[in-house]
Design a protein around this ligand. Sequence first.
Ligand SMILES: NC(=O)c1ccc[n+]([C@@H]2O[C@H](COP(=O)([O-])OP(=O)(O)OC[C@H]3O[C@@H](n4cnc5c(N)ncnc54)[C@H](O)[C@@H]3O)[C@@H](O)[C@H]2O)c1
Length: 386
Amino acid sequence: MIKIGIIGSGAMGTGIAQVAATSGHTVIVYDNNQSALDKAKAILEITLKKLVEKQKLTEQTSKDIFNRTQFANDLSHFKGCGLIIEAIVENIDVKQKLFSELEMIVSDDCILASNTSSLSIASIASGCKKPERVIGIHFFNPAPLMPLVEIIPGILTDIAIIDHSKRLIDSWGKTTVLTKDTPGFIVNRVARSYYGESIRIYEEGMADFATIDWAMKTFGGFKMGPFELMDFIGNDINYKVTESVWTQFFYEPRFKPSLTQKRLYEAKLFGRKSGRGYYNYAVGIAMPEPNKNEELGKYIFNRVISMLINEAIDSYYLKLASKEDLDLAMTKGVNYPKGLLKWADEIGLQNVYNTLDVLYELYNEERYRPSILMKMMLKDNKKFYA
Ligand SMILES: NC(=O)c1ccc[n+]([C@@H]2O[C@H](COP(=O)([O-])OP(=O)(O)OC[C@H]3O[C@@H](n4cnc5c(N)ncnc54)[C@H](O)[C@@H]3O)[C@@H](O)[C@H]2O)c1
């Protein structure tokens, strides 16, 4: 079994280390901040203890996992690693510097992976002598619980590195999807309209947060409404991802951030973690009641789901991933009740098209433009799945 290196012992690095050690690998975790490293060690110990209490692990397995995980305070320990996953601060200069330092330590066949959410793999690899060994391996938070991992080859990544990485992460019990090195990869791109269109509906005064959340849960079967979910993710993180996807797509109108969320972010109303976001989580404050008007609820659901489906169709058209991987990404990465292309078949492409076309005519805005693939499929009377 190859030795795995994890760099960055924050939320993601600690979780990924647990996954790799649980799969039997020796894992070396490094952080340039000693207190973050100590914290990670303590968190791993507590997590494993809880898993024993819940009878998900035996005492012995938990000890083995812990003993297989080593915490190192310098990079020389990474010498014998077969794969290193970087999960440090989301800053291109810092990541590039780290990757070129690593190349001087590791052997030629060591895969260098980044867990970046928003930076391009091509840019991270660009400082390396062997960019063909650099790949994106994007876990979701919390890594031990979320099944999805996006595998993102950069423009120069060797095909053998892609196969090897995919097989390895599959062997850790994860669901891998292969996607292109484009902003937001699959999940963080396709999911944007769940938030963006919902905020737009709110900004136009059609419904309040509670009503929009109710509509998406009641008529769409989503586990969390968009505003509950943004408060859960954190409005700082969610806003920054939106802004990053929008700017990296050269200010594509479909991804345009909203002032509503920007103000929340500026006011540090991050959501659950700060006690207030779209909702107020202070003790004793009741959650607002939705307006359970069925016609309004169905209108909201129809509009948001049509935008989500349009993005998934456009992503498929632009060969971001296979249709199966696009659907898996949304069900396994963000718990959607169905894959969006499967959902498109169920709702009927003509209905999705009609919803978007009405909005496009009404607003004269590019964000509502139906994907060209939708038009072509309608012309040929096609479905995504037989
Ligand atoms: N948090 C999420 O929900 C999430 C999900 C998927 C991917 N990611 C990505 O994973 C990466 C890490 O995110 P996180 O949430 O775990 O961050 P975090 O802030 O919790 O942890 C980052 C850790 O990296 C360490 N670090 C910073 N610079 C370093 C360096 N040069 N060398 C070694 N260690 C360094 C910090 O001390 C810190 O402990 C980012 O690229 C982020 O975009 C985050």
